[in-house]
Design a protein around this ligand. Structure first.
Ligand SMILES: O=C(O)CCC(=O)C(=O)O
Length: 296
């Protein structure tokens, strides 16, 4: 076997293991792309509604942010809160491959809730090649344990608006995971949910484009769920949500007070998600982001 084939062998076997463990309901390779979303999910970036205000972190003082967004629980997109981040240069495909290619990142969870991990070099190849309906997604909280030249924590800083966090005063060892390095291809994403324990979040997109919908707490979960018949075996997936539920939210029959807030998040933008808001996020392109939850 030549070297190339050995690499392929390892890639395909590790990928198959990770897929089987993280989505046991998808029994065969064909189940992963049965809905043909890779073809259906064609778009032009200017086709999307964006109705959430932008503020500039260098112009809007912290007090004003608290008054206008944090206290009234209003989502907002923040510009210029990633200035000087090393992530801008360090979190690209080649640099990540070089430094972390042999390291294993969390790409999902198995049925018992244990992390499923894949070497980053394999995941980066998967990102390029996949036509899965809802590809595996790196959502890794252990990134913060990396030290020395591999310390990903040194590549970003907490935006000033979010520096005060009640969880800072809790026992750090008992603190639930609260910060994640997030990397995925088009169609990967996060299904509709409300963040736990009343926490709020910020999500800083370093590269790529994400599409968001947010709904107030009062909207019933039932109305926001993907039905089994609409997307068999993909009901919790963000991409199915945008294919199956989003169009209903645009019909005249959808209550006007429950219309979604919508964001087309661009590179360098940071979304503030106040506690209690339903949200669903799909990656439109390859994306790299960091997100943290916090409590006030
Ligand atoms: O996929 C994403 O970037 C969204 C993450 C998210 O919604 C969350 O962490 O609560």
């Amino acid at each position: 076997m030549d070297e190339r084939n050995e690499h392929d062998e390892e890639y395909f076997s590790k990928l198959a293991e990770a897929k089987e463990a993280s989505r046991s309901e998808l029994k065969t390779a064909a189940d992963w792309n049965a809905l043909n979303y890779a073809k259906l999910f064609a778009f032009s970036l200017d086709a999307f509604i964006d109705n959430v205000p932008r503020i500039d972190a260098t112009l809007v003082p912290h007090e004003q942010f608290i008054e206008e967004y944090e206290r009234p629980y209003e989502p907002v997109v923040i510009r210029n809160s990633q200035l000087g981040w090393k992530a801008q240069t360090n979190w690209n495909y080649e640099a990540l491959q070089e430094l972390y290619g042999e390291d294993r990142f969390k790409v999902g969870e198995d049925d018992e809730g244990y992390s499923v991990r894949l070497k980053l070099k394999h995941y980066l190849r998967y990102m390029k090649e996949t036509d899965d309906d809802s590809p595996m997604y790196i959502f890794d909280s252990s990134f913060a344990e990396r030290t020395g030249e591999k310390a990903l924590l040194k590549d970003y800083s907490i935006p000033e608006y979010f520096a005060d966090d009640l969880f800072e005063y809790a026992d750090q060892k008992r603190r639930p995971p609260y910060r994640w390095f997030v990397l995925g291809p088009a169609r990967s994403g996060t299904g509709i949910h409300i963040d736990p324990l009343g926490t709020s979040a910020w999500n800083a997109l370093v590269h790529g484009y994400k599409r968001w919908c947010l709904f107030p707490t009062a909207v019933q979960k039932e109305a926001l769920k993907v039905q089994k018949r609409e997307a068999p075996k993909q009901t919790n997936e963000a991409v199915s949500w945008f294919q199956c539920v989003y169009p209903k939210t645009q019909l005249p029959s959808w209550p006007a007070e429950h219309k979604p807030l919508e964001i087309l998040q661009k590179p360098g933008e940071t979304v503030f998600v106040p506690g209690g808001w339903w949200h669903v996020v799909v990656n439109l392109t390859d994306t790299v982001a960091v997100t943290q939850n916090f409590a006030r």
